[in-house]
Design a protein around this ligand. Structure first.
Ligand code: 5AD
Ligand code: SF4
Length: 432
């Protein structure tokens, strides 16, 4: 039996899809990349912005033609959590809808499913943790995700995550260590620790994420550790100094600021101001001067004035980012910001986004150009676009292409960087 999975959205969704794949493997499903031959078509969805949510419906429309009599169409993820019943009403082809906290129930839901008795939406936050019911994790390549924390208690005024992923939950240090060992045993050289508020980790068996990083660094065979995504004012000294003390911890920090204006940050209900953020970024640079800093930005938040936007540009100049993600504000149903007065006109949002992205892209290019001439370690993970080319990532998370045989995939190699664009590097293998 065949399973076709399509994943939208963030890395947490990619992690969930991997766990769903392993769970359904027990029922005898193997993955296929052609929906025509699938017995289950599963869409793992994202609700963060309107565009992300709408993609689901066009994708259902595209995939429905591959649905045969016996094919099950399953929708998982945050769109379901936001409004699973509405989804079933709007998309008749969908058989089962399951939220992000309930996908461990899929084997039972699938086995017992009978369309005539009614289609199903499961959106409760069960008392049990899904992690206790999932089969042991398997790495599918040299770089693996490990969810250590889920949910968010921050309630930024624009964001649906606290509603779709629920309140903060941290897995215990023992559970994380077991899963990390299992990932390394099955081939992972790099582990990305995931959480919606990963540096707010507060589980049993360690003081904070800094301790978790130090613990998993002791696993033999593990070469690289990363974590994402962090909330600026919850950063601890122990995490920052891990960047000095733990060679396996990569010199890269994703630290979303969202806006450089104190008034906008306040309206967003972010619990720091621009000076506080600058101090935190300086603390990272003090322990690890070469660290790459990245961020998320929202432009056109309700009430954002030209001056507020200029403050964001100024903040970007001050920090100097290695890479970034920036978005137009999207009014999400049920969030306080969606009903704020002073919504910004679309043209203004577009114009601000273009200006911000111009600046961010030029910084990103400069960061990349600065690595030309250096020798860096690259973890090779995929085939490149051209034949005979493979690609991977520098410690600073720059995508790098080299001419080499694909037998090197999964290895860390020394590469002399020879060229740079805003989005990638080119280099050649340095002979050992
Ligand atoms: N509109 C635009 N961007 C948003 N993000 C979250 N919610 C919204 C929204 N309503 C962005 C933030 C966050 C990233 C994951 O998505 O920048 O950090
Ligand atoms: Fe959303 Fe804010 Fe929580 Fe991030 S910190 S997930 S933006 S509510």
């Amino acid at each position: 039996m065949k399973l076709y999975i399509k994943t939208f959205g963030c890395q947490m969704n990619m992690y969930d899809s991997a766990r769903i794949r392993d769970t359904l493997a027990i029922l005898g499903y193997t993955e296929t990349d052609s929906p025509e031959e699938a017995d289950i078509i599963l869409l793992n969805t994202c609700h963060i912005r309107e565009k992300a949510s709408e993609k689901l419906f066009s994708e259902i429309g595209r995939l429905v033609k591959f649905k045969k009599e016996h094919t099950l169409m399953i929708v998982a993820g945050c769109v379901v959590q936001a409004d699973g019943e509405e989804l079933l009403k709007r998309a008749h082809a969908v058989d089962i809808a399951v939220g992000p906290q309930s996908y461990h129930k899929l084997p039972e839901l699938i086995t017992k499913y009978n369309r005539k008795k009614g289609r199903i939406a499961v959106t409760d936050f069960p008392a049990e943790s899904k992690f206790d019911y999932l089969p042991p994790i398997q790495a599918i390549g040299a770089s693996a995700f490990l969810a250590v924390q889920e949910g968010c208690d921050h309630f930024c005024s624009y964001c649906v995550v606290p509603y779709t992923r629920g309140c903060e939950y941290s897995r215990s240090a023992t559970e994380i260590m077991d899963e990390a060992r299992q990932l390394v045993k099955t081939g992972a050289k790099e582990i990305m620790l995931l959480g919606q508020n990963v540096n707010g980790w507060h589980g049993e068996g360690a003081r904070d994420l800094g301790d978790i990083i130090r613990m998993i660094a002791d696993i033999d065979g593990l070469e690289r550790i990363r974590y994402t995504t962090s909330y600026p004012s919850e950063m601890t000294e122990n995490i920052i100094t891990a960047h000095r003390d733990v060679p396996k911890l990569m010199p890269y920090i994703h630290l979303p600021i969202q806006s450089g204006s104190n008034a906008v940050l306040k309206a967003m209900n972010r619990q720091y101001d621009r000076d506080g953020y600058l101090r935190i970024s300086e603390r990272f640079r003090a322990v690890r001067p070469d660290i790459a800093i990245s961020s998320d930005f929202i432009v056109g938040f309700p009430g954002e004035t030209d001056k507020d936007f200029e403050d964001t540009l100024d903040l970007v100049q001050r920090v100097g980012y290695a890479s970034s993600f920036s978005f137009k504000f999207s009014a999400r149903p049920g969030t306080p910001a969606s009903i704020m007065k002073n919504q910004i006109r679309e043209e203004v949002k577009t114009e601000r986004l273009i200006r911000l992205q111009d600046l961010l892209l030029s910084q990103q290019k400069q960061f990349n150009v600065n690595t030309v001439g250096k020798e860096l370690d690259i973890l090779l993970i995929e085939n490149g676009k051209e034949k005979g080319q493979i690609s991977g990532y520098t410690p600073y998370l720059q995508n790098t292409h080299i001419a080499a045989d694909e037998s090197l995939l999964g290895q860390i190699v020394r590469v002399k960087i020879e060229s740079a664009t805003a989005t990638s590097l080119g280099g050649r293998l340095v002979k050992a």
